[in-house]
Design a protein around this ligand. Sequence first.
Ligand SMILES: [Zn+2]
Length: 208
Amino acid sequence: MTASPATPLGEPTILPAPVYAAIIAHSRAGKPEEVCGILRGVGLAAYEAIPGHNIAAERIENYEVDPQTLLRQFEFEEAGEAMMGIYHSHPVSVAYPSATDAWNAHYPDALYFICSLEHDDAPVVRAFRMTPYFLDLDYVALRDALGFYETRPGLWGYFQAQERPLPSLLANLGVRAPFYIVCAVDADGTVEGRVVEITEHPVMVTPA
Ligand SMILES: [Zn+2]
């Protein structure tokens, strides 16, 4: 995806300036690979960025937060806080979720922060909620009819922009655009798919 599609806005998310700076510094240090981490906070307010390790096999265009870092969410919860966000970098692309990001969005209660270094002197941090719908659809038929693209081996994606007419096959989906449809077909033919709705939460950087 090269452009940034129109996306409905939710409530702003609050990033104190040091948290915002930490995400950008971590993203820059990791270039050309994607970096990732988590955000401690409450609701839409972040308190701290905790860098994680990217354990994905293909770190140039994918990320997976290491389990030790993810486990810290339980420590936050004991303190009455939460893992309010997960961040990762896009070293050369826009700050918008990819089909792979939609596939990897396992925490519907967390915001997904993306730091784009597409223009290195002007980093962009945006935040999105990605809500998965586990709909009982014939994903392979949809893939073949709508021309999903293979985003990585075995993973197929389709992006429905808000401004594009909904194909008749998707007329009764009940999910508002923009959304991804993602499906994985593994070697033995097992198909797993879902529809992932995207909402943007404007990032407000506040003084520390
Ligand atoms: Zn991404």
